[in-house]
Design a protein around this ligand. Structure first.
Ligand SMILES: Cc1cc2nc3c(=O)[nH]c(=O)nc-3n(C[C@H](O)[C@H](O)[C@H](O)COP(=O)(O)OP(=O)(O)OC[C@H]3O[C@@H](n4cnc5c(N)ncnc54)[C@H](O)[C@@H]3O)c2cc1C
Length: 425
């Protein structure tokens, strides 16, 4: 799919990596009439946003959602064609042996204040959530990325959220977004995410998360995308491929993740990454009927969050079946089999003995899932500098670790390259 048979051997720009960043750069080059080729080692576009279609189940490679308020996504994507459906606002929290519903503290904090009746939320927590929401309304996204920066956990403590609220709601909720159980990620990113949650919905496309990069790829002529093609090395004006051939180019955009970028063009700025495990089960009897995010509010346990994508979009599972997605973000040395057993026994406490009958479909161990960002910025085109002679890099790790960050980084790099080519060539 999307792979052309280009025989040309010289381009204005070669983009390496057809994830969201590379696709967004390609779209910009296309619109500006720049002659480019988009190369990817994999057999399909999308990078980290892939969906496996197995026996009528749609298995996203890791639980991910599109926040409809992402500004870059709003500009670049056709939401109605994606047939987005949203998760219910708020969350269900497993606390001890009981469950509690927390209505949306981000968008409807007043209702949340009225309704909260649980042992882990104090009135002061809700008041602070309202204050935070008001603060985020006053600031633009750019302004939030320029705010004072610290680890998210320190930020939350500085705001005097109670330990119980942090442990039982904020840690599993935000930890699930950052894939960071310790909340060390930059508070700027946390503020951005908070703002996005308070202004939009967490949603899934009908055909799975990969439909997002697929939509971008459909706008790019097939002959401009070359799949199953691994780049092993680059030098100015030349891209060397694994099959021994090379392609000439005026400029190069590296749009891989940080680890692969360092292999292609070693830089010293090594960026640590987060890991996540996503375990899928199938069942005829869903443990809950809503399109809710179900959080582990306990200190113990491996499971961070559970959801039922087929409660959001029926298409995620065949008729009369449900798809259950379980995310584990805490580091674990367990084998896949041991992990499934451990997760089953934890979830039996949450959902009862039916869990024993769930069919294990697949476990995804996702290395380098997200960059670990303890410091983050919001660059503009003027801030972007080449990392070598007409060599540029983009991707979520150069911006912020989100769909929005990856897409914005790709568009901006294209603008920077176009400027560079027009001025210097
Ligand atoms: C489990 C998980 C959950 C997430 N949840 C969310 C979420 O809920 N909301 C959100 O906004 N974001 C989420 N994200 C983040 C989001 O998916 C990423 O930020 C985004 O997809 C990154 O896109 P990218 O283009 O920067 O990189 P990538 O998607 O990694 O694309 C890089 C591409 O480069 C290619 N490549 C690498 N090396 C080579 C080579 N040598 N030659 C040729 N090609 C090469 C790869 O094949 C790949 O296609 C999540 C990510 C993961 C993994």
């Amino acid at each position: 799919m999307f792979s052309g048979n280009s025989t040309k051997n010289e381009y204005d720009v070669i983009i390496i990596g057809a994830g969201l960043a590379g696709l967004s750069a390609a779209k910009k080059f296309l619109n500006e009439g720049i002659d480019f080729l988009l190369i990817d080692a994999s057999s399909s576009v999308g990078g980290r946003m892939k969906t496996d279609y197995i026996k009528e189940y749609q298995l996203d490679r890791g639980f991910q959602v599109l926040l409809t308020s992402y500004p870059e996504a709003q500009n670049a994507l056709d939401y109605s064609a994606l047939k987005l459906k949203s998760f219910d606002p708020g969350a269900i929290v497993q606390y001890g042996y009981k469950t509690y519903k927390l209505s949306d503290p981000f968008r409807k904090p007043i209702t949340a204040v009225r309704n909260f009746r649980n042992p882990f939320t104090a009135m002061s927590d809700m008041v602070k959530i309202i204050a935070l929401r008001n603060r985020h309304r006053r600031f633009s996204v750019k302004e939030l990325f320029n705010e004072k920066e610290q680890a998210t956990i320190d930020y939350l403590k500085e705001w005097n959220f109670t330990d119980k609220f942090i442990q039982s709601f904020l840690k599993p909720f935000l930890g699930g977004v950052f894939l960071d159980s310790e909340l060390k990620v930059s508070s700027r990113f946390m503020e951005f995410v908070f703002k996005m949650f308070s202004q939009g919905y967490a949603s899934l496309p009908e055909k799975g998360i990969q439909e997002i990069p697929n939509q971008l790829a459909k706008q790019i002529p097939k002959e401009k995308i070359k799949l199953n093609t691994k780049v092993i090395n680059i030098e100015p004006n030349n891209v060397m491929l694994a099959d021994g051939s090379s392609i000439k180019t005026k400029a190069i955009v590296i749009a891989t993740n940080s680890v692969d970028a360092n292999k292609i063009y070693p830089c010293n700025n090594k960026i640590e990454t987060q890991t996540v495990k996503c375990i899928y089960f199938s069942t005829e009897k869903a443990p809950f009927k809503t399109a809710s995010l179900y959080l582990n509010g306990n200190v113990s346990g491996l499971v961070n969050n559970v959801c039922i994508p087929s409660n959001v979009h029926r298409a995620y599972a065949p008729k009369n079946k449900h798809l259950i997605s379980v995310s584990v973000i805490k580091p674990t040395q367990l084998s896949d089999l041991e992990l499934v057993m451990a997760v089953r026994s934890e979830l039996k406490v949450w959902f009862g003995a039916d869990v024993e009958d769930w069919l294990h479909l697949r476990t995804y161990n996702i290395e380098n899932a997200l960059p670990k960002f303890e410091t983050i910025s919001y660059p503009e085109v003027k801030d972007i500098k080449p990392i070598g002679n007409k060599i540029f890099k983009c991707g979520d790790y150069t911006h912020d670790p989100s769909i929005n960050g990856a897409m914005r980084s790709g568009r901006l790099i294209a603008e920077a390259v176009i400027w560079d080519l027009s001025v210097k060539i």
